[in-house]
Design a protein around this ligand. Structure first.
Ligand code: FE2
Ligand code: FE2
Length: 163
């Protein structure tokens, strides 16, 4: 927590205004970086989803494209989760629950025969859930991170910064 140096027993442990300002700049930069990273990752994730849909429509082997989507999505979710922790996002628990659902949907695709209607239906469910997640939970996270980037020193929570 940022505080102005004053008198009393806490005098030597509280950060100075300069330290507070430096902390604020660091947090703003971290929040901006997180916003840029999440936006870029969403574009890649959507591209992978479209590619998998195209491979499925062609009747080609989906295994490689599905592996890429599962792997990339796992890394992307982990990145968002780190940003939520680092910036003490108040809706973290609800967002994590949606990530758990998406991870389960992605994993379930790996065990369904891609030549079946069940796979097509499961893929459609995943795409719809992911679209809703990006438009809802992810959009709210991005708004929060953008606001964190503009917060005043005294408004910022203490805690580690995202790398
Ligand atoms: Fe998310
Ligand atoms: Fe996301």
């Amino acid at each position: 927590m940022c505080a102005t140096r004053g008198h009393g027993p806490e005098h030597d442990v509280l950060p100075t205004d300069d330290a507070c300002e430096s902390d604020r700049r660091g947090r703003r930069a971290a929040a901006r970086d997180a916003v840029t990273a999440v936006r870029g990752e969403h574009e890649i994730q959507q591209r992978l989803l479209r590619s998998l849909a195209a491979v499925l429509a062609e009747g080609s082997d989906t295994a490689e494209m599905l592996r890429a989507l599962v792997r990339y999505s796992g890394r992307h979710f982990a990145g968002e989760e780190a940003a939520m922790r680092d910036h003490r996002y108040p809706e973290e628990a609800a967002h994590l629950a949606e990530h758990r659902t998406l991870r389960a949907q992605l994993e379930s695709l790996r065990v369904i025969d891609p030549s079946t209607e069940a796979f097509v239906a499961a893929f459609a469910r995943l795409a719809a859930t992911l679209r809703a997640h990006v438009a809802g939970a992810d959009a709210r996270l991005l708004t929060f991170l953008e606001r964190a980037g503009a917060a005043r020193c005294g408004d910022l929570p203490s805690g580690p910064l995202s790398g």
